[in-house]
Design a protein around this ligand. Structure first.
Ligand code: FAD
Length: 458
C-alpha cells in the first residue's frame, strides 16, 4: 500500500512512489497519469476531484487496475485510486451488502457463503465490486439471476461539481440507470449497495481432459448445452497452465480442455446434466456439492498481476463451424502451442437475455456464447505471436459476432458498439447532464450528447 500523508498528497512523475502508484493488474499497461490520488473517504474523493479541476486535469477512477488498458494516454489525467475505500457491511437477513468502492469480491463472498448467500460475482474474487458492477458483471449465477449491475440498489458518488450524491431508483433515477452498465463515465463511485441471492444447493466443479481431445470436448459441450437449464452455467475452455507455483501441482505446465460448471441444484441433477461430458472420460473430475465461496476459485484465474493481451466477442450463434474455426486459430492443430493461454466460451441465455424490471443501461447481455481469449506476454518477443493468434481468433468469430461486452473489452474501443441506439443516446444524454465537460474518463468513453442536456431531476 502506498504511503501518503493526506488527500492533498498527490503522487506525481518523479516521485519514488510513482511506479507503484500507477501500477495495473495487467503488467503490459504502462499508464502514466499526470498524478495519482489515494483518497480515504468520499470527502477526500471530492477534494481530489476539485484539485484535478484546478489543475485542468481529467479524472479516471480506478479500484484494482483490472481493466485500465483502454484508457491509453493519461498525461492529462488524475488517476483516482479508490482502493482505500474499504467499508464492508453485510446484512444476511436483508440479503443486502454495502461496500466501499475499493472492495474486491474476496472480502464479501466468504462472509456471504457462511450464510448460504452469494453475490453475482464473476470468475475472479480479485476483481473490484464497483468496477465489475458498473460494466455489467456476468458470473456463475448469471443465467439464473442475471447481471450484477441489476442487483445494485444504490450508488454513492462524487460528481464533476464535487457534489456527493446518493443515487437509487428514487433519487437521480436517470443517473442510476446509466451507472448500471455505462461504466465509470459519470462520476467517482464511493460506495455501492446491492442485493445477493440465497443458494440452497450448489453442485460445481470442472472436468479436465487432455488438450488433444479439445475438439471432441468442445463439440460435445456445444451440442449438449441446448438442454441445460438456467440453473446450470457452464464454461468450456482451452487452458495452458504456466509452470509456476501458483498453479495447482496437477496442472502446472500442462494443457487441458476443461468444462467448468455451477449448478444451482442437487448433485443428482447436476450429474445428469453432465452425463454427455462425463461419458467422454475426464482425466480429472472435481464436481461436488459445495458452498458458494468455492465459485471464487473455480475458474482458477490468476490473483497476481500478469502481462497479457486479450480479445473477446459475444457470439449471436455458435454452430459447429464456429467451434472448428476457433480451434483452427488456437487449438492444437494451429501449431501455436501455448501461445493462447486461455480460450474460454461461456454459455449465455436465460436471465441474461431477459430484461429485469427496472433494469439499468445494461439491461440484458444478448448472445448465445461469450468468448474471451488471452495470451500471456512474459517477454516482449511473445507479443507478436500472441497478437497474431488473437487476430486469427477475431477472424474466426467474425461471422457470428454480436455486440461487445464492456467489461471484457480490454483494448481501446468505440463504446457505441456495446449498446443499441436508444441506450447509447440515453447514456450520452445522462453524460451531458452530469459531466458536460467530460471530466471523467471511464475506461470506455461515452461522450456527452450535443444540444439540450437532460434536465437533472430526482
Ligand atoms: C482475471 C479477471 C477475471 C474477470 N472475470 C470477469 C467475469 O467473470 N465477469 C465479468 O463480467 N467481468 C470479469 N472481468 C472483467 C472485470 O469485470 C472488469 O475488468 C472490471 O472493469 C474490473 O473492475 P475493477 O474495478 O476491478 O478494475 P479497474 O481497472 O480498477 O476499473 C476498471 C474501470 O471501472 C471503472 N471504475 C472502477 N472503479 C470505479 C469507481 N469507484 N468509480 C467509477 N468508475 C470506476 C473505471 O471506468 C475503470 O477504468 C474479469 C477481469 C479479470 C482481469
Amino acid at each position: 500500500m502506498i504511503t501518503t500523508n493526506s488527500h492533498t498528497d498527490l503522487v506525481r512523475p518523479g516521485d519514488p512512489r510513482y511506479d507503484e502508484a500507477r501500477s495495473s493488474f495487467n503488467l503490459l499497461v504502462d499508464q502514466r497519469p499526470a498524478a495519482v490520488a489515494f483518497p480515504a473517504d468520499a470527502n477526500e474523493v471530492a477534494i481530489a476531484v476539485a484539485q484535478a479541476h484546478r489543475e485542468e486535469l481529467r479524472v479516471a477512477p480506478q479500484a484494482t487496475g483490472h481493466n485500465q488498458a483502454p484508457l491509453g494516454d493519461m498525461s492529462d489525467t488524475l488517476l483516482l485510486n479508490v482502493s482505500r475505500l474499504q467499508e464492508v457491511r453485510v446484512d444476511p437477513a436483508a440479503r443486502s451488502v454495502r461496500v466501499g468502492a475499493g472492495v474486491k469480491w474476496d472480502r464479501v463472498a466468504p462472509r456471504l457463503s457462511a450464510h448460504g448467500l452469494a453475490g453475482l460475482h464473476g470468475s475472479s474474487p480479485d476483481v473490484g465490486i464497483a468496477g465489475y458492477s458498473l460494466g455489467g458483471g456476468m458470473g456463475w449465477l448469471a443465467r439464473k439471476h442475471g447481471l450484477q449491475t441489476n442487483a445494485v440498489t444504490a450508488f454513492e458518488l462524487v460528481t464533476a461539481d464535487g457534489e456527493q450524491l446518493r443515487v437509487d431508483a428514487e433519487h437521480e433515477s436517470e443517473l442510476f440507470w446509466a451507472l448500471r452498465g455505462g461504466g465509470g463515465n459519470f462520476g467517482v463511485v464511493t460506495a455501492i449497495e446491492f442485493g445477493v441471492v440465497e443458494v440452497d444447493e450448489l453442485y460445481a466443479g470442472a472436468l479436465f481432459f487432455p488438450i488433444e481431445r479439445v475438439a471432441e470436448v468442445l463439440h460435445t459441450w456445444n451440442d449438449a448445452r441446448g438442454s441445460f437449464p438456467e440453473e446450470f452455467m457452464s464454461w468450456a475452455s482451452l487452458l495452458h497452465f504456466p509452470p509456476i507455483p501458483d498453479v495447482p501441482a496437477f496442472a502446472r505446465g500442462r494443457s487441458y480442455a476443461v468444462v467448468m460448471a455451477a449448478h444451482l441444484g442437487t448433485a443428482a441433477e447436476g450429474a445428469a446434466l453432465l452425463e454427455p461430458l462425463r461419458a467422454l472420460g475426464a482425466e480429472r473430475d472435481t464436481f461436488a456439492s459445495v458452498p458458494p465461496v468455492v465459485l471464487g476459485d473455480l475458474a482458477m484465474d490468476p490473483l497476481d498481476p500478469v502481462p497479457f493481451e486479450s480479445t473477446t466477442a459475444m457470439l449471436d450463434t455458435a454452430p459447429a463451424a464456429a467451434i472448428d474455426a476457433l480451434l483452427a486459430a488456437a487449438g492444437p492443430a494451429s501449431g501455436r502451442g501455448p501461445t493462447v493461454s486461455l480460450l474460454q466460451l461461456r454459455q449465455m441465455g436465460g436471465a441474461l437475455a431477459r430484461e429485469a424490471p427496472g433494469a439499468g443501461a445494461r439491461a440484458t447481455l444478448p448472445g448465445d456464447l461469450c468468448m474471451f481469449a488471452l495470451g500471456a506476454v512474459i517477454e516482449p518477443s511473445m507479443g507478436e505471436p500472441v497478437n497474431a493468434a488473437l487476430a486469427d481468433i477475431d477472424a474466426a468469430v467474425a461471422p457470428y459476432r454480436g455486440r461487445e461486452y464492456l467489461n471484457f473489452v480490454e483494448r481501446p474501443a468505440q463504446a457505441r458498439g456495446f449498446f443499441d441506439e436508444a441506450t447509447w443516446a440515453r447514456l450520452r444524454a445522462v453524460k451531458a447532464a452530469y459531466d458536460p465537460d467530460d471530466r471523467f474518463r471511464g475506461n470506455h468513453h461515452i461522450p456527452a450528447s450535443e444540444g439540450a442536456a437532460l434536465r437533472r431531476a430526482a
